[in-house]
Ligand binder design. Structure first.
Ligand SMILES: [Zn+2]
Length: 85
């Protein structure tokens, strides 16, 4: 299993959500951020803060970001609509 998953976290300062690429540890079934940095590169994942969602696949992430509308960082969201690789 090697599909891309995403984590969404809200940042208090800007009241904005940023998206992180996640990875799932199959053995322990734990999800964590791949790089610790948001896709836009602006923020780091805060381990102490609550996440809006953790390790959703691309389709679910897109839908949930859509529901949050403009509160999600535009650069991060565009990643879900562009095809990389
Ligand atoms: Zn962002």
């Amino acid at each position: 299993m090697n599909k891309t998953v995403y984590i969404l976290q809200k940042f208090k300062d800007s009241q904005e959500f940023h998206l992180f690429e996640g990875k799932i540890d199959d053995e322990n079934n734990i999800c964590s951020s791949k790089t610790g940095k948001s896709i836009c590169g602006k923020v780091k994942l805060d381990a102490n803060a609550k996440c809006e969602f953790v390790c959703e696949d691309e389709d679910h992430s897109r839908y949930k970001c859509y529901l949050l509308e403009k509160k999600v960082c535009g650069t991060c969201v565009s990643h879900l609509y562009g095809k990389f690789e």
